[in-house]
Design a protein around this ligand. Structure first.
Ligand code: HDE
Length: 739
């Protein structure tokens, strides 16, 4: 067996461990490489190392005879195959991962002693897994859902996992309700319908009985639930955590990830189409971006709140259904994460990584958020089943980059060969090793929070304002974003069969915003409930006093928060955006080359789409390679479209129903559209041509997002600006394009 196939022994300080300690910045990659097998140029063996001569025929009694039980090669291969599957994650089953690095801009030693946040020279390896929540492992990426955003930092003080979501709040306040929430959103138990969707009775039944979910429901029905790319989502730690400095002083903290490409979404109609055309859309986008060197980047943001300010807010910092508005506590950008390497093996890395928000390092600690506290139990517990026993921390992707020594032993699939007689502490036979570590030397000590309390199953009154922040979120949205929330709720509740549930949900919406509720009621053909019929909180104990559990209203100090609207995001780049060039034989080659060069120079990915694959012959006889035919490509897989010139080409496109459909759909989904002057007749064949001024020009570019011109440099620059806008949402109304 070659050296690269020999895993190093865990728990013993090997030469590799020493090498890693000396080169921490490359440590995880180097460690994984030791476990990575590469079959290039190698012989084929059985698992016991026997060279295989015939991998095509099983051993038989005669060449037409029965297969012999003796065939250990057949048995080994089939047995391994039979046991290839492990249980998928009970939530967040569908995910995509990537490796990267994190570096802090300036030392944060004034608030935390966490070494990876103190040393500006150090690059900490990370592995990130993005996920949807409700769907199974093979479900579509474009489900309307929350996205998981789990980051593992392989620090020199052990693994730190920031297991967050792309929304800053959650549906419930207490971990005890999590199984109920998930049972409600997962496919219904009698017929396992629907897959990866919240648009069904059990979800809305539960939500309409739990007013504490109101704020998160607004987020889940917003465009945040339909990211354009995993690279264009924010991330949030959700709970309030603690940072601890060297002197033991604590501050509260909220963690954020801010994507450098901005926060962008797709349209719901588009999402549903993508789910059919390319259910791996997000996974592919992340993979392709990293392969092409367009490394996704996020800045780590911190909202730091001094402990003495704990009660200064009109909500409870421990309540995970509340966010801290950025207007009250600004987000400080303290470092950058770059994802720069795709996994070598999906199962070994993305599937086997076992995140846990209980993986912390000195300088970071928990708060008493009751959702956080329950999560501290859940992750290891579920991983014991998912990964088949207690030794999953020895799986390469889970191993910390620092050596591990303790007295835990044995169990299924133990890898480490622990030397010596002692596996207990204290011991005198083994020098009392391994030794406990003093706090001053990096030993972990929990934050000594003072607690004086009775044991009881209760929630503080400060958790009962269920609607103010839901309203704050809704009020902070742009008009198109508000329309999308109305449409999403009308869609989801429209799929609910039980009218009483739709009606009850309207009562919840009414308490958030009457205008919102009225519009949804209109779409559903229902009336708003009278004040006396507004739904009560049903999440109360058997002996609970309903009055005590009622939602209450605290007058929030701010009515709007600009940070909550995606309309205010960065719109200055087209890096890694996908642009389609529609063309056919007889194209004007120069216009294609000019536009393609310009877009590519700006970092976009350009594909030529034509009636057939292969090559097209341009007017000047040049051969231009076609990336996809109209049969294979679809506008929903692109951010913008350009129609090339050339008399014959545009005549073909005008008569090509798929080309016209491509443009109609791009218009419907509010994308930037540009066409060479020659191609006006192709635009004229679309439904939206009547929306365009008779001689539309550059002046109409930014509000209409449709450009016609000579494909020269000025034109190309305008097109780039239009694509950077991401979408022209105002176009949605009036609706011009049929479904
Ligand atoms: Fe999780 N969650 N969760 N969760 N969660 C899991 O752990 C759980 C919650 C989140 O890519 C599970 O290994 C409970 C909030 C992510 O591997 C499980 C509660 C947030 C991932 C679990 C919550 C999250 C998980 C399933 C309520 C955002 C995927 C498989 C108390 C801050 C991690 C697993 C990955 C996964 C339990 C609520 C984020 C069952 C009990 C809030 C990103 O342990």
């Amino acid at each position: 067996m070659s050296k690269k196939n020999t895993p190093p022994k865990l728990g013993t300080e090997t030469a590799i461990d020493k090498k890693l300690a000396a080169q921490p910045e490359n440590s995880k990659t180097a460690q994984l490489a030791e476990h990575t097998a590469d079959a290039t140029g190698e012989r084929m063996n059985t698992n016991t190392g026997l060279n295989i001569n015939d991998d095509q025929n099983s051993l038989k009694a005669g060449d037409r005879g029965p297969t012999l039980l003796e065939d250990f090669i057949l048995r080994e291969k089939i047995t391994h195959f039979d046991h290839e599957r492990i249980p998928e994650r009970v939530v967040h089953a569908r995910g995509s991962g990537a490796h990267g690095v994190f570096k802090v801009y300036e030392s944060l030693s004034s608030v935390t002693k966490a070494k990876f946040l103190n040393d500006i020279e150090r690059e900490t390896p990370v592995f990130v897994r993005f996920s949807t929540v409700a769907g199974s492992r093979g479900s579509t990426d474009l489900a309307r859902d929350v996205r998981g955003f789990a980051v593992r930092f392989y620090t020199q003080e052990g693994n730190f996992d920031l297991v967050g979501n792309n929304m800053p709040v959650f549906f419930i306040q207490d971990a005890l309700k999590f199984p109920d929430l998930i049972h409600a959103v997962k496919p219904e138990p009698d017929n396992e319908i629907p897959q990866a969707a919240s648009a069904h009775d059990t979800f809305w039944d539960f939500i309409s009985l739990m007013p504490e979910s109101a704020h998160m429901v607004m987020w889940a029905m917003s465009d945040r639930a339909l990211p354009r790319s995993l690279r264009m989502m924010e991330g949030f730690g959700v709970h309030t955590f603690r940072l601890i400095d060297e002197a033991g002083k604590a501050s509260f903290v909220k963690f954020h990830w801010k994507p450098l490409l901005g926060v962008h979404s797709v349209a719901w109609d588009e999402a549903q189409n993508i789910s059919g055309k390319d259910p791996d859309f997000h996974r592919r986008d992340l993979w392709d971006a990293i392969e092409s060197g367009a490394f996704p980047e996020w800045e780590l943001g911190l909202q730091i709140i001094p402990e003495e300010d704990e009660f200064k807010f009109d909500f409870d910092l421990l309540d995970p259904t509340k966010l801290v508005p950025e207007e009250l506590v600004p987000v400080q950008r303290v470092g950058k994460m770059t994802l720069n390497r795709n996994p070598d093996n999906f199962f070994a890395e993305t599937e086997q990584i076992a995140f846990h928000l209980g993986h912390i390092v000195p300088g970071i600690d928990f708060s008493n958020d009751p959702l956080l506290q329950g999560r501290l139990f859940s992750y290891t517990d579920t991983q014991l089943t998912r990964l088949g026993g207690p030794n999953f921390q020895e799986i390469p992707i889970n191993r910390p980059i620092v050596p591990v020594h303790n007295n835990q032993r044995d169990g299924f699939m133990r890898q480490t060969i622990n030397k010596g007689k002692t596996s207990y502490s204290p011991n005198s036979l083994g020098n009392n090793d391994p030794q406990q570590v003093k706090e001053a030397d990096g030993g972990f000590v929990s934050y000594q929070e003072r607690i004086e309390a009775r044991k009881l199953r209760r929630r503080n009154k400060s958790f009962f304002d269920h609607f103010s922040q839901a309203r704050l979120f809704f009020n902070s949205q742009s008009d198109p974003e508000k329309n999308h929330i109305v449409d999403a709720l009308t869609f989801e509740l429209g799929k609910v069969k039980t009218v009483a549930i739709r009606q009850r949900m309207l009562g919840i919406l009414e308490q958030i915003d009457k205008g919102l509720a009225t519009q949804v009621a209109f779409g559903l053909g229902l009336h708003l409930p009278a004040k006396a019929d507004l739904p009560a909180n049903q999440s109360i104990p058997a002996d609970g006093d309903p009055a005590e559990y009622q939602s209450m209203q605290v007058d929030g100090s701010i009515a709007r928060s600009a940070a909550l609207s995606m309309a205010n995001t960065i719109k200055n780049t087209i890096k890694s955006r996908k642009i389609a060039i529609l063309t056919a034989d007889g194209a004007n080659a120069e216009s294609i080359i000019n536009i393609k060069n310009k877009l590519t120079a700006e970092g976009a990915v350009v594909e030529i789409i034509a009636p057939r694959q292969g090559y097209i012959t341009a007017e000047n006889d040049a051969q231009i390679e076609v990336d996809q035919s109209f049969l294979v490509a679809a506008s929903v897989l692109f951010d913008a479209v350009y129609v090339a010139g050339g008399t014959n080409a545009v005549a073909t496109l005008e008569a090509e129903a798929n080309a016209v459909h491509f443009l109609n759909e791009a218009f419907k989904h509010c994308k930037a559209i540009a066409a060479h002057d020659d191609a006006k007749q192709v635009l004229d064949a679309t439904y939206f041509s009547k929306k365009l001024p008779p001689d539309y020009s550059e002046d109409t570019v930014l509000n209409e997002g449709v450009l016609l011109g000579d494909a020269g440099n000025k034109f190309a620059n305008l097109f780039v600006k239009m694509i950077a806008q991401h979408r022209f949402w105002e176009r949605e109304k009036p609706r011009l394009i049929p479904a």
